[in-house]
Design a protein around this ligand. Structure first.
Ligand SMILES: Nc1ncnc2c1ncn2[C@@H]1O[C@H](COP(=O)(O)OP(=O)(O)O)[C@@H](O)[C@H]1O
Ligand SMILES: [Mg+2]
Length: 473
């Protein structure tokens, strides 16, 4: 997008202080209309010229006498002298003046002024005074021209007395003044409008530019943050593995017997170390997913086996919390094209959440069944968007009877570090990374994840993964 050239506009330009021209102020149609009606009324030819000499309006018929003069050499010469003289006719300091041409007819020129500046001229004529006779200059112009013919044609010149032409000119000047005034006003208004539009455009562009700068900066910061997270997590992991390893050895008595109290303390160190390691692994996963460097090792995955495995892994946690954990897998489920370990991580995260946010004596149910899903992107159909193209998919549900997620929070819980209730009185632990990893892993499988409300209470996470790998064509 290119901005219109918008140099600094002076006030003068805005108000047309010096650049006003007759043509800008009055429409040519309006001018023509005005001179035509005056011509019809008084029979005198009228022409309006702009200051630079351009003819703007013209109400005149061809005059037979002049046509006849044009047939002779001396006549033509005399006429071109008239044309030149009339063109150069200046109104003078009084605002009007007069010229008598070779035929004895008169031309009257009146200045068109606006704001005490001359912006054009109006020329009335030629006209002959009533009962005037052809002058000798005309009769003796060329022997080729017939005197009788000249007399007849002279009598057919437009006739008007000087006084009438004077008052017609005066009258026209007044009308023009009115036209000019309203034209000026309209022009000013539209110029003001243009100026304000130009100004708001400039302001918008300014803001746009600032936004772009801020956006670029944020993007850069986001990249730095991801890099920082990746580096720090990586550097933390190595010493942490030692802490966990050594505390494990201590607990197992490899460095001699510990008192009960010592063993408790070291066990706490170990547990907290494990928690920290899980967090760091999450951060690393997330940064790998964000930077697109996590590679998925996809293969044929048996969903039924996967669900059973997740349930047996989480069963002790569920039991401890007195939450019932059950599953249901549709018979004859096809295997899906996925990274088994990552998909297991998805289901584990969801199940862990489900148990965590479900109070004692609640229930968590995993289910898997076959379903269909819309083709996700153009790549699925080889670049073509096939309306209603559906792929066979497997749907995995993790339903709980817990505290539920309000509708307004359902998009946000997939953001990294976002927790619905982040207050310090919050009972459940965690860092808010689980679901953001889930979302990215599911995306990496061309799948979808959504949240529904469970009945009568609780949450259902629905993960849908296509059965076949995306094929081109
Ligand atoms: N099954 C669920 N029931 C209610 N709230 C949930 C459930 N799963 C996730 N949430 C909400 O989403 C937030 C983000 O979840 P997650 O990314 O796994 O982080 P974390 O479990 O570490 O808090 C949780 O803190 C919780 O507020
Ligand atoms: Mg979680």
């Amino acid at each position: 997008m290119t901005a219109p050239a918008a140099p600094h506009r002076s006030l003068d330009e805005l108000t047309l202080g010096s650049s006003m021209s007759l043509e800008d102020l009055v429409s040519r149609d309006g001018l023509n209309e005005m001179v035509k009606s005056a011509h019809e009324l008084f029979g005198v030819p009228i022409r309006v010229f702009a200051e630079e000499g351009k003819l703007l309006a013209d109400a005149a018929e061809s005059i037979d006498l002049y046509a006849y003069l044009n047939t002779s050499r001396a006549g033509r010469a005399a006429l071109s002298e008239v044309v030149a003289a009339v063109k150069a006719l200046a109104p003078g300091p009084a605002g009007e003046s007069q010229y008598r041409c070779v035929t004895g007819a008169l031309y009257r020129v009146v200045a068109i002024e606006y704001d005490s500046r001359q912006i054009g001229r109006m020329i009335l004529g030629p006209f002959a005074e009533p009962s005037s006779l052809p002058p000798s200059t005309l009769l003796q112009l060329d022997t080729q021209l017939d005197a009788d013919q000249l007399r007849t044609l002279h009598a057919k010149l437009p006739h008007a007395d000087e006084q009438t032409v004077g008052s017609v000119a005066h009258h026209l000047a007044k009308v023009l003044d009115l036209l000019l005034f309203s034209g000026h006003r309209a022009l000013l208004t539209s110029n003001m409008h243009l100026a304000s539009v130009r100004e708001s455009f400039r302001e918008l562009e300014d803001k746009n530019q600032k936004l772009q700068v801020a956006y670029d900066r944020l993007k850069e910061l986001d990249r730095l943050k991801s890099n920082f997270l990746a580096t720090v997590s990586h550097e933390l992991r190595t010493p942490l593995t030692s802490i966990i390893g050594y505390s494990e050895m201590l607990v197992e008595g490899l460095a001699g017997d510990l008192t009960n109290e010592q063993r408790d303390f070291v066990q706490t160190i170990r547990d907290k170390g494990d928690q920290l390691l899980a967090l760091i692994k999450g951060l690393l996963d997330l940064s790998k997913l964000e930077s697109g460097t996590m590679s998925l090792r996809k293969n044929h995955v048996d969903v039924a086996a996967l669900v059973k495995d997740v349930v047996s892994t989480m069963a002790p946690t569920a039991r401890k919390k007195e939450v019932e954990l059950a599953f249901e897998v549709e018979k004859g489920l096809p295997s899906i094209w996925a990274d088994a370990e990552r998909l297991r991580q998805v289901l584990l995260n969801l199940t862990e959440n489900a148990i965590k946010f479900t109070p004692v004596s609640g229930a968590v149910r995993l289910a898997a069944r076959i379903t269909g899903m819309e083709a996700q992107n153009a790549g699925d159909t080889g670049g073509m968007v096939l309306l209603g193209a559906r792929r066979t998919a497997v749907e995995m549900r993790v339903a709980d009877t817990g505290i539920g997620i309000p509708e307004t929070e359902r998009m946000r819980v997939f953001d990294a570090f976002y927790q619905v209730d982040s207050s310090s009185t919050r009972e459940a632990g965690g860092t808010g990374l689980g679901l953001s990893i889930v979302k990215r892993l599911v995306d990496g499988h061309d799948g979808t994840v959504r949240i529904e409300a469970n009945q009568p209470r609780g949450t259902v996470f629905v993960v849908t993964i296509p059965v076949k790998r995306a094929t081109i064509g």
